[in-house]
Design a protein around this ligand. Structure first.
Ligand code: SF4
Ligand code: FES
Length: 266
C-alpha cells in the first residue's frame, strides 16, 4: 500500500497546481471543521467566528489546515508562520482554547471520538489583534528587550572562549530553550489584565542570563524585575508552564528569580 499523501505546504504549493483543479483532498482524509476567530479592523466592529470544512489526515498539523483554508478557500485569512517545525515561534495561537504552536498540534490529538471533528482557532490573548490570528507582538518584545537579553561583561576578554563548568552551564540550561513564541505570556491571567507586567517570557530570558556564571549584570536585571510590574506580579498559576511548547519549567524559573531577589544571591 502506498503511503498516504499529506497536505504539507511542500506538497501542495498552490501555484504549481492547475487553477481549475479542485482543492486537494489527500487519500484517506476526512472532513474537519476549522472554526476560526476572524477580525479585519477595516471591515469588522467585533471579532466573529467563521467555519471552514477542510480535508485532513490524522497526521496533519493544524498549520496544514490553515494553509488549506488560505490557499483554497479564503486567501484573506491572516496568520504568521515560518519554519513549520516548532523552531521559529511565530505561530502561537489558541487551539481549542489552549495556547499551542499550530505547527506542532496534530489533528489526531484533537479528533472527536463521536462524529465530525471541530477545531477552534483564535489569536493569543493579551496582545492587540491586528488581523485574524496576527497580534501586535511589539509590547511582548519590548519587555524582552528591557531585561537586557545578552551577555554583559566588564572587559577581561579571554584569549579563547569564556570557560564555564558543566554544573554552571546546567543552572540555566532550561531557559536557553525559549523561542519567544509568547504562548506563556499570553496564557497568563495577570498579563491579560495588566499589559505593563513583564510577563513570563521576559522573566525566563532574564533567568537565562542572571544564572549564567559568565555574565556580570545579574544585579541590574534583578533590579529591573523588582519593579511593581516585575516578578512579584506572578501569581504562580502554572498556565505558563502548561503552555510552553518547549517544555520549559517557566514557573520554576520565575520562582528562582524571586528567590534570587529575596536573598540577593544567584
Ligand atoms: S518560555 Fe516557552 S512559551 Fe514562553 S516564549 Fe519561551 S518558548 Fe514560548
Ligand atoms: S511555524 Fe515556526 S514554530 Fe511553528
Amino acid at each position: 500500500m502506498s503511503a498516504p499523501t499529506t497536505s504539507t505546504p511542500e506538497a501542495t504549493e498552490p501555484e504549481q497546481r492547475d487553477p481549475g483543479a479542485p482543492p486537494p483532498a489527500p487519500e484517506g482524509s476526512t472532513i474537519v471543521t476549522v472554526k476560526i476567530m476572524r477580525f479585519n479592523p477595516e471591515l469588522d466592529d467585533e471579532p466573529r467566528w467563521e467555519s471552514f470544512d477542510v480535508p485532513a489526515l490524522p497526521t496533519d498539523r493544524v498549520l496544514n489546515l490553515l494553509h488549506h483554508v488560505k490557499w483554497y478557500q479564503d486567501g484573506t485569512l491572516a496568520f504568521r508562520r515560518s519554519c513549520a517545525h516548532g523552531i521559529c515561534g511565530s505561530d502561537a495561537m489558541r487551539i481549542n482554547g489552549v495556547n499551542r504552536l499550530a505547527c506542532k498540534v496534530l489533528v489526531k490529538d484533537l479528533a472527536s471520538s463521536k462524529g465530525k471533528t471541530t477545531i477552534t482557532v483564535e489569536a493569543i490573548k493579551g496582545l492587540k489583534v491586528e488581523k485574524d490570528l496576527i497580534v501586535d507582538m511589539e509590547p511582548f518584545f519590548e519587555a524582552f528587550r528591557a531585561i537586557k537579553p545578552y551577555l554583559i561583561t566588564s572587559g577581561n576578554e579571554p584569549t579563547r572562549e569564556r570557560v564555564q563548568s558543566v554544573a554552571d552551564r546546567a543552572r540555566f540550561d532550561d531557559t536557553t530553550k525559549c523561542i519567544l513564541c509568547a504562548a506563556c505570556t499570553s496564557s497568563c491571567p495577570v498579563y491579560w489584565t495588566d499589559d505593563a507586567y513583564f510577563g513570563p517570557a521576559a522573566i525566563v530570558n532574564a533567568h537565562r542570563f542572571i544564572f549564567d556564571s559568565r555574565d556580570e549584570a545579574a544585579e541590574d536585571r534583578l533590579d529591573i524585575l523588582n519593579d511593581a510590574e516585575g516578578v512579584w506580579r506572578c501569581r504562580t498559576t502554572f498556565n505558563c508552564t502548561d503552555a510552553c511548547p518547549r517544555g520549559i519549567q517557566v514557573t520554576k524559573a520565575i520562582q528562582e528569580v524571586k528567590r534570587a531577589l529575596l536573598f540577593r544571591r544567584v
